[in-house]
Ligand binder design. Structure first.
Ligand SMILES: Nc1ncnc2c1ncn2[C@@H]1O[C@H](COP(=O)(O)OP(=O)(O)OP(=O)(O)O)[C@@H](O)[C@H]1O
Ligand SMILES: [Mg+2]
Length: 288
């Protein structure tokens, strides 16, 4: 099998010069890592790191890039514009081992080993770039704007932030949930999600991405995650992070060409298997 990672291995073993980083490069060997590209195709960042280890290039790649020149690898730290969020609680992750991670829009969601560990961390991947970091900060800002460090029915709680050795924020710690399966939803859980969406709307936010993978179950309670996809209703410029397959084109190209509260109501109906032409308010859905 001539996979991308094998091509990369050959390049390195042949002592050809190569740069592995999180951006497209105008060079002979184009590799995008993290969400990666090698001559037009994607390579998994963990595979790249394993390969470097296997080939004796003992490098941790953390928000930077690696240059391999004449067989010698050097790590370059990227100059990212970090934020400190000094008032936010710091969650220490050092004592836990990462059990597994899932990819998310701007990096990874890390799950840890250990009985006492009741949180997950949504943070930058090893190859995160400035856009990724800014998207992480956007999620933190929404949590702060809605008071998401307190208990809110139907909304995942932010427990604090994760920092690097310089105190820069590189992740969000969230209470840990279990996978949600829409067909098993209870009446009480439907009500919780309705409350969560109504709360966001009361704070002037549209979630924009209500769907099965963006709900988790915490101690039997249903909670919305992916709070970074929230859009302030009067925000006419920010990027919209929304699911492609739950959109009714009419809702997306409304008068402002941007989603409004009705879009969340439409998505809630879809999630609960309700006819969206019949339910126009969250109260209606809650009574259904
Ligand atoms: N608090 C949590 N508890 C348990 N699992 C979580 C939690 N937060 C996120 N996850 C898992 O990680 C996945 C990705 O997280 P999230 O939806 O927040 O990121 P995303 O940016 O939307 O990524 P994607 O683009 O894949 O939707 C979720 O679908 C869920 O499986
Ligand atoms: Mg998601």
């Amino acid at each position: 099998m001539n996979s991308e990672i094998n091509i990369l291995q050959r390049i390195i073993e042949n002592n050809e010069n190569v740069i592995i980083r999180a951006e497209y490069l105008q060079t002979e060997h184009q590799i995008k890592c993290g969400t990666e590209l090698l001559k037009g195709r994607w390579v998994d960042e963990d595979q790249v790191e394993k390969l470097l280890k296997k080939l004796g290039k003992q490098l941790e790649i953390n928000n930077g890039y690696v240059v391999i020149e004449n067989g010698v690898a050097t790590e370059h730290k990227r100059n990212l514009k970090y934020r400190k969020y000094e008032n936010l609680n710091t969650i220490e992750t050092q004592e836990y081992k990462v059990k597994y991670s899932l990819s998310c829009f701007y990096g990874k969601v890390y799950f840890y080993d250990g009985d006492g560990c009741d949180f997950v961390v949504k943070g930058l991947g090893k190859f995160g770039d400035q856009d990724d970091l800014d998207t992480l900060y956007r999620e933190i800002d929404v949590f702060l704007a809605i008071g998401g460090q307190e208990h809110i029915s139907g909304i995942i709680k932010m427990l604090g932030v994760v920092r690097n050795e310089d105190g820069d924020v590189i992740g969000i710690a969230l209470e840990k949930g279990e996978r949600f399966v829409a067909e098993n939803i209870t009446q009480a859980q439907k009500a919780e999600l309705c409350d969560g969406v109504a709360y966001l709307h009361s704070r002037g936010y549209i979630h924009c991405d209500i769907k099965e993978p963006n709900v988790v179950i915490v101690n039997e309670h249903a909670k919305l995650i992916d709070i970074g996809s929230c859009l302030a209703v009067d925000d006419k410029t920010s990027a919209i992070f929304m699911t492609e397959d739950c959109g009714d084109p009419k809702l997306l190209t409304g008068e402002r060409g941007r989603p409004g509260f009705e879009f969340d109501i439409y998505c809630l109906c879809k999630l609960f298997g309700l006819d969206s032409t019949k339910y126009k308010t969250i109260e209606d859905i809650k009574k259904a």
